[in-house]
Write a protein of this length. Sequence first.
Length: 366
Amino acid sequence: MPQPPLRRITIIGVGLIGGSIGMAVRRNLPGVLVTGIDRPSVLRAAKRRKAIHRAERNLSKALTGADLVILATPGKLIQSYLPKISRLIPPETLVTDVGSVKKDIANEAKKWFPSGNFIGGHPMAGVELSGIRSAHPLLFENAIYVLTPARATSHRAVRRLAAFVKAIGARPLLMDATRHDAVASAVSHVPQLVAVAMMNLAGRDHRAAKRHLRLGAGGFRDLTRIASSPFGLWSQILPANRNEISRSLRLLEKSLASYRGEIEKGRIGLLKREFRSSRGLRARIPRDMKGFLHRLETLEVFVSDKPGNLARLTGALAKHRINIKDIELMKVREGTGGTFRLSFETGEELIKARRVLQRSGFETGR
């Protein structure tokens, strides 16, 4: 049976994520009406930025006729909205959220949506910014978008929401809410704390390093990028996922303690094995993590440090209608150039891209 189209979407909370969803919908699903609920100043900004068609302060009016309701507020507010929404919508209306911690929301949603029309969601596409002014229609392009349906949720409802996620450019991944929180603690929440600790170590606590932070302009700057994240969001994530974060922190502390012990004793055997392990594991990320729907094909290209060279690369591919699905700067040397990892939809596109780039004078990997 074909999936009924989503004609009306209501977004509660039109900040960075909610606003970006609205902009992505208007970009990719032009026939869909987007209604936003938020403070008047945010709604005015959302309309100016073309994130919504219609601004509404009244929840009942905003939900009338909605096919999909997206809760894009902070976590605690998400839970407070669930009973209100459940009383105002029919069972066929889909409801989802974008919270970074899923278990508590999923448990609360079971009480209010027994028919399973609530499906938890978490777009893994955050940036170190916040608010509607930072929203962008391409925020979800090729990003993993986790969906955590309840047991009562029908396959039809999951397929319908997954189709929407694909339509805004993301890659849906189904996962149990409890497992999501465990994984997120290791790949998102603890790395945030580590970045904060590293930045404060070098910039505040280390007597010598704090006077020479300019030496951290390379790898250190890359490693601590997320240390710029605003605390407002994390003030809810950290306590909400405290048990899983504590478990992951204990594992990290164990590793760091063993590294310190080896270094103090002047031994590097363990560290050699750890370096080899981490190198192999990291090499799997683009293949295993960015390709949940299907594997992306990757190609490394060296681009010399000359004005216009990156534009020349993308222009050559665009001229032959070759779409870059993902791009990552692997390493850079000022005055020399950098190596980019380009990802393509199919092996055929990769072969064509390599041929085009080599003819254009670029040095490519295997």
